[in-house]
Structures are given as structure tokens and as C-alpha cells.
Design a protein around this ligand. Structure first.
Ligand SMILES: [Zn+2]
Length: 324
């Protein structure tokens, strides 16, 4: 069975809402749905400009619509992901609220696909926790009657919104990668040496990109545990959400002794930033047995970093060009 690794990239940010969307979301927190007049029409969700004419719309023209409305189109989500607003099957629908001329995208908690129909009547089920967000409407439900919530919304008008964009993806892990990770768990670096060109690759690459041939268990070699710094970067951390580093730190490229293999972006330990230099001889430091298993899976978590051996620096001007 193929193993997979799951990764999530998060991109949280805040956005300002402006007078129209801010009023719309403030209304949702108060369990009211607002549209905006544009000529003879009422747009819901409200917009700052008429999409047909480009005319600026004035926020004084906000009007309450709904709360019930009519489904004009829908699709069924049979297997929700964690990104979806409901954890059980539901419909995404375009809903024209009573009094509005445009449609709002929201979810319909209908129970089953058989309960969904174009033309069906729906009303909002309000969320107990309302912050001025489209999910202040937990879902629309079949029928004419909204389901009110007891909880109070924010006391101040909503002017900003937290936006937590994220994507979760899964990557298959080949047997070569599994074996390379097992090796690092045992305090070894596994290499794969191409039988045709003799190049050695790390990290369970599984193929030689030069000769386009598969590399297998038969091509495995243990790599040296010492090397020389060929290049480095001093990184000054920016305090974005999730950043755990607070002080500038070094990442170094290391050419392993007696080999062609360069390990990139390695952690150098016990060397002040102003003493990091090309030519420094270093050796791998692994976590002790008691610390093993505390890592987070498919990482080099058992490799603590690299420490100077104390040998005189290598004097080779071509080292600086070796970053891979
Ligand atoms: Zn090759």
C-alpha cells in the first residue's frame, strides 16, 4: 500500500470591508440580510458598484431582504472536506432572497439530495456564534421559517475580516523515500548511486534524471557523516503567523566528504552567525535515543544539525559554487 503524507499551507490575512460589505456583514451578525438598491434592482449580496453599469452604489441605499428565498440553481456535495462549512452532505445553491433581484451563494442543509430542487423555498438558520462573516448564516434550510439564534453578535460594527485561506494536499511516498527516512531515523544518510553515470542522490529520489533510469535498493549506499560548508545564508526571521524563529540563524550547504553529494539548507549548531564561513569542516549530530520519536513524521527530525570538527578550514575556491 502506498503511504501518503498530508501537508497544509495556511495563508491567514485580514481585509478591510468598506461601507457596503461591512454593513452587510454587520447585518448578518444582527441576523438581518441586507441588499443594495441599484436603479430598479436590489443586489444581494450588496456590491459597491453595479456590475452592469459600473455606477457607484451608495451605502444609504441598503435595504433588508429575505430572510426566505428561492433556490435558482444548486449542486450537491456528497463528501464534504474539512474546508466545507458543514460536516455532512449538503447543497451549494444560488438563492434569490425575497426582495432581491440577484442571487447569493450559500449552503442548503437539506438532509438529502432528494430534498433539493430548483425553485425550492429556503430560509436561514443563524449561527449561535456570529462575528460578521458569511458563515453567520450556518446554512439555509427548506421552508419559509428562519431558525433564529440566541447568541449576541459583536457590539461594534464589523469593519475588518479575518481570512484564513488554506489548502491541504496529500503526496504519495515512494518506497525509496520510506527507506531514506528509515535511514535518518537510524542516524544514517541513505544515498542512491546511479550504476550508469556514478552520480549519487539523496532523499530517496528513486531515479537518475541524467540517465532516466530507476534507482532501487540495489543502488543504495550509506553516505559520509562529515563534510565541508560550501555556501550559506543568514536568515533574519520575519514574524509571520506560525513563525517560531525570533533571532537570525544560518542555513548551510554541506558537501559530504569523499562524495559528490551536497545537502542543502542544513542547520549549523554552536557557531555564531559572524563565524559561519565557507570551508568549515562539520559533522552530523543526531538526537539521542531518548529523543527519537518526538519528531513530526517525514522530516529529518532525528538530525539535530552539524557541528564544527575543529579541523583547519578547507581552502578550495570552487566550493562556493557547490550548492547542489
Ligand atoms: Zn545516472
Amino acid at each position: 500500500m502506498t503511504q501518503v503524507t498530508e501537508s497544509t499551507i495556511r495563508f491567514p490575512y485580514k481585509r478591510s470591508l468598506g461601507p457596503v460589505i461591512g454593513a452587510f456583514l454587520t447585518g448578518l451578525a444582527e441576523q438581518r440580510i441586507l441588499g443594495i438598491r441599484s436603479g430598479e434592482r436590489v443586489l444581494c449580496p450588496p456590491l459597491e458598484w453595479d456590475p452592469g453599469t459600473g455606477a457607484e452604489l451608495v451605502h444609504d441605499d441598503l435595504v433588508e431582504v429575505g430572510p426566505a428565498g428561492t433556490v435558482t440553481s444548486w449542486s450537491w456535495v456528497g463528501t464534504p472536506t474539512e474546508q466545507h462549512p458543514l460536516d455532512h452532505p449538503f447543497g451549494f445553491a444560488l438563492i434569490r432572497l425575497d426582495g432581491a433581484d440577484t442571487t447569493l451563494v450559500h449552503v442548503v442543509d437539506a438532509g438529502s439530495i432528494d430534498a433539493m430542487a430548483t425553485g425550492m423555498r429556503v430560509a436561514p438558520r443563524w449561527s449561535e456564534t456570529r462575528t460578521g462573516h458569511i458563515t453567520d448564516i450556518a446554512a439555509f434550510v427548506p421552508g419559509e421559517q428562519p431558525v433564529a439564534a440566541a447568541g449576541a453578535g459583536p457590539e461594534e460594527p464589523v469593519t475588518m475580516m479575518d481570512y484564513n485561506a488554506s489548502i491541504t494536499y496529500r503526496t504519495p511516498i515512494t518506497q525509496n523515500v520510506v527507506r531514506a527516512e528509515q535511514a535518518t531515523a537510524e542516524g544514517r544518510f541513505l544515498g542512491l548511486r546511479c550504476p550508469t553515470c556514478g552520480r549519487t542522490y539523496t532523499g530517496g529520489k528513486g531515479y537518475c534524471p541524467i540517465d532516466t533510469i530507476e534507482l532501487t535498493v540495489a543502488d543504495e549506499v550509506d553516505l559520509p557523516q562529515s563534510g565541508v560548508v560550501t555556501n550559506y545564508t543568514i536568515i533574519t526571521p520575519i514574524q509571520y503567523p506560525g513563525q517560531t524563529e525570533t533571532e537570525p540563524f544560518a542555513r548551510v550547504h554541506i558537501l559530504l566528504d569523499g562524495s559528490d553529494v551536497v545537502l542543502g539548507y542544513q542547520n549549523l549548531i554552536e557557531v555564531p552567525n559572524d563565524q559561519v564561513r565557507i570551508g568549515l569542516h562539520v559533522a552530523a549530530v543526531w538526537a539521542s535515543a531518548g529523543e527519537k520519536g518526538s519528531g513530526s513524521g517525514w522530516t529529518d527530525s532525528n538530525l539535530v544539525g552539524w557541528i564544527p570538527t575543529g579541523e583547519p578550514d578547507a581552502d578550495d575556491p570552487t566550493l562556493v559554487n557547490r550548492i547542489n
